[in-house]
Design a protein around this ligand. Structure first.
Ligand code: APR
Length: 320
């Protein structure tokens, strides 16, 4: 059987890391696409040359033409600009919306059967715009945010509890922004919910609140340290986890920015919710019960996403 084809739209920091991870994990042959000439070709060649030592079999190709993504099974989109210190993800909306238009049209023309994972920020609005511009079925267009936000939460919790990150599960829902909703009640260490761990005296409510806030600010903390761009190792790893779930029909239950119509009382919009990813793309949105506090936080986050979508419609009349 031929190897799957993975198209990476955007060959910057995240795109290059995605390509390297896809190669190491032998998920398929990789096409790195970018408008910058030379960058995708240089990165493809560099990663290909890591193959003999790493021992992977995957063709790596750099491209500046959408024709090269033809027939891709998975497209991961990072095209656009990242934020700089002092910027919020929402500040990127005008420029990245234009980028989504060209990327969506490119995917529509050349890879209409792909599972598309958007990483470009502001995430929830950009994945919506990408679905609109590409015209692909909503279950095949998804945003990467919850896996990353949950990974950040899990990392901070593992440090606090001094336990393996593998034994910490966590759920972060809502939009990928300041209003994201880390769900403490549904997060556990080896199955023990965080509120129980507070009661057991393993941590304090105050420390837990600090970790929740640090999770919300997780991206900004890294932007502040890097100064020239935003995070890329963990975002790339998170998207690869989603791509692998699709390519291997793993039925993983992962929080993603998915099209929600009916579940969570929502009337058709993209926002971070628990989903099952398998060969059908987003096969299910898992409609978990929220308590009153969680629902209030989720509603606030939903409103923030709606505001961004409205701003997109104001900028690009064809979306209205
Ligand atoms: N088509 C294709 N590629 C484009 C386009 C376009 N219209 N516009 C810009 N690009 C490319 C740039 O040339 C660059 O190589 O997108 C790449 C973006 O890479 P970086 O600037 O390194 O950004 P990165 O850190 O990879 O983040 C990309 O993901 O997390 C989000 O907020 C982040 O929106 C940003 C995106």
């Amino acid at each position: 059987m031929a190897r799957p084809k993975i198209a990476l739209i955007g060959a910057g920091q995240i795109g290059g890391t995605l390509a390297h991870l896809a190669a190491i994990k032998e998920l398929g042959d990789v096409v790195l696409f970018d408008i910058a000439e030379g960058t995708p070709q240089g990165k493809a060649l560099d990663i290909a040359q890591s193959g003999p030592s790493e021992g992977f079999d995957a063709v790596m190709k750099g491209a500046n033409s959408y024709e090269d993504i033809a027939g891709a099974d998975v497209c991961i989109v990072t095209a656009g600009v990242p934020r700089k210190p002092g910027m919020s993800r929402d500040d990127l909306i005008g420029i990245n919306l234009k980028v989504m238009k060209s990327v969506g049209e490119g995917i529509k023309a050349h890879a209409p059967n792909a599972f598309v994972i958007c990483i470009t920020n502001p995430l929830d609005a950009m994945v919506w715009a990408l679905q609109q511009f590409s015209g692909l079925p909503p279950e095949k267009v998804v945003g990467m945010a919850g896996v990353l936000d949950s990974a950040r939460f899990r990392h901070f919790l593992s440090v606090e509890f001094n336990v393996s990150m593998r034994d910490v599960t966590a759920f972060v829902l809502g939009g990928h922004g300041d209003t994201m909703v880390p769900l403490v009640r549904y997060s556990t260490v080896a199955g023990i919910p965080l509120p129980d761990l507070v009661q057991m005296g393993w941590t304090s409510q105050e420390k837990l609140d600090q970790i929740v806030q640090r999770t919300r600010d997780g991206g900004a903390e890294i932007v502040g340290l890097l100064k020239t761009g935003s995070a890329y190792y963990a975002p790339a790893t998170s998207a690869i986890e989603m791509a692998e779930a699709y390519l291997k029909d793993q039925k993983r239950l992962l929080p993603c920015a998915a099209w929600v119509d009916g579940a969570f009382g929502l009337d058709g919009m993209y926002v971070g919710v628990p989903t099952i990813i398998g060969a059908g793309g987003i096969e299910k949105v898992v409609d978990i019960k929220l308590n009153a506090d969680e629902q209030a936080m989720f509603d606030k986050s939903v409103d923030a996403v709606k505001g961004l979508v409205a701003a997109c419609k104001g900028i690009e009349p064809s979306l209205a």
